[in-house]
Unconditional design. Structure first.
Length: 107
């Protein structure tokens, strides 16, 4: 987890705007979701990391693109649906591996 230093925080408060690029955690704050939801949104191509980061590398997201997309209620609905679907599949998989009966999955 990347945490902003106090001097960075003070500088941004004086500047009065968000940084140009956001970490996955910061992007999650903007979207009001959890940092562990961001990889599912990237996989669904709802978020695109800047550049071509390695799979296990720190990913940054363009603040301006995230803020623009967050104004679109249709896009936000797709974000919510993607997060719900991701966790529903994970929970069903967890239950199956624990020996509980499999539930039908709606798509």
């Amino acid at each position: 987890m990347i945490v902003m230093r106090d001097d960075q925080h003070r500088f941004l408060m004086l500047l009065g705007q968000l940084p140009a690029r956001l970490t996955a955690e910061q992007a999650a704050w903007v979207l009001n979701c959890q940092p562990h939801d961001i990889p599912a949104l990237v996989a669904a191509k709802l978020l695109k990391p800047l550049g071509n980061p390695p799979q296990n590398g720190v990913k940054f997201f363009a603040t301006i693109e995230l803020l623009e997309a967050s104004k679109d209620s249709h896009w936000l609905g797709r974000v919510s649906a993607t997060i719900y679907q991701h966790w529903r599949k994970k929970n069903i998989h967890r239950k199956v591996t624990e020996g509980e009966p499999e539930l039908s999955v709606r798509k």
